[in-house]
Design a protein around this ligand. Structure first.
Ligand code: X2W
Length: 289
């Protein structure tokens, strides 16, 4: 029941104004395709998962077409630990042998994918989970022989995603790919998969949700807007380092393929996606020409 007392609490006025201020953004993004990479480090607890799902359902409700691509590195680590399988990372990618790729597929397409699907359903959206194998969405080749079954996407068939979002369904994609000979299974880095999917869809936005505030300059300040040329220069001079390298490289790749802008932002912030899309403030670092 709505309260209709004259002592209007200021919070309600702020809520109404916030909605009103979102109008230009709602208009701008109507029908927009937004690929959201939800990394394992951004997933946090059940409340964080529910909050993420709520943002995604709201995006769909207001006429955008969100496509979720997820990671799950920490969950893979946990399962490998339980099974007594050791794994190591080379340049941010997991060295993946036959036993490991089976665990990766099991954890990503089973556990993590279905948790996200369930969270979206719980918030009143419609979600369907799939991996790169479904309808040959993502076909990969060996990325680097040293890494084993780590895939580099070479062929994308994104029609299935268009079919799903056109039907009112939010696709949730696990970054596992099929091989060219249709026999192999490849483990694809979640950021790489999100970039390839966003590029093939020529998405309006690619949001990379992670556990850092964005791209930082030499003094540690987050840079709110940055061009591809500046990113190249910052990788060359070492300002962009470590785990931020694959993220920014994914951003550059996606922009080259026709994505309009890529945003790297902290997925642990409450309502991170809404803050970026529907407020003047924005969040994280936006990379575009
Ligand atoms: C990743 C796939 C999951 C992922 C892995 O095995 O951990 C490679 O490294 P986050 O949570 O986004 O890091 N694949 C090749 O990317 O998860």
């Amino acid at each position: 029941m709505k309260k209709r007392t004259p002592d209007m609490n200021r919070d309600w006025i702020v809520t109404a104004r916030t909605l009103s201020e979102a109008l230009p953004y709602l208009q701008r993004y109507s029908g927009a395709v937004v690929v959201v990479k939800f990394g394992g480090n951004a997933m946090g607890d059940a409340d964080a998962m529910a909050a993420f799902a709520r943002d995604i359902v709201l995006m769909k409700q207001v006429g955008m077409n969100p496509v979720v691509v997820h990671g799950g590195g920490p969950m893979i680590n946990e399962m490998l630990d339980k099974l007594g399988i050791k794994s190591e990372f080379v340049r941010g990618k997991r060295v993946t042998d036959q036993r490991t790729v089976e665990v990766v597929e099991m954890v990503l397409t089973g556990l993590v994918n279905k948790r996200i699907v369930q969270a979206i359903m719980d918030e009143g959206g419609r979600a369907v989970g799939l991996s790169g194998k479904d309808d040959d969405l993502m076909v990969a080749e060996v990325d680097d022989p040293e890494l084993g079954f780590v895939g580099r996407p070479v062929e994308m068939n994104v029609q299935v995603l268009r079919d799903l979002y056109s039907a009112g369904i939010i696709p949730v994609v696990a970054p596992v790919a099929t091989g060219m000979d249709m026999l192999e299974t490849f483990n694809v880095n979640g950021d790489t998969a999100a970039g390839a999917i966003a590029g093939a869809l020529k998405a309006d936005r690619l949001l990379l949700l992670t556990d850092v505030a964005g791209v930082k300059d030499a003094s540690g300040e987050v840079i709110t807007q940055i061009t591809p040329d500046q990113v190249h220069a910052m990788i060359a001079d070492g300002t962009i380092a470590g785990g931020m390298i694959p993220k920014t490289e994914t951003a550059l790749y996606a922009l080259e393929k026709g994505v309009r802008a890529v945003v790297i932002l902290d997925g642990r912030l409450p309502n991170a996606c809404l803050l970026e899309l529907f407020t003047e403030h924005g969040a994280g670092s936006i990379i575009r020409e």
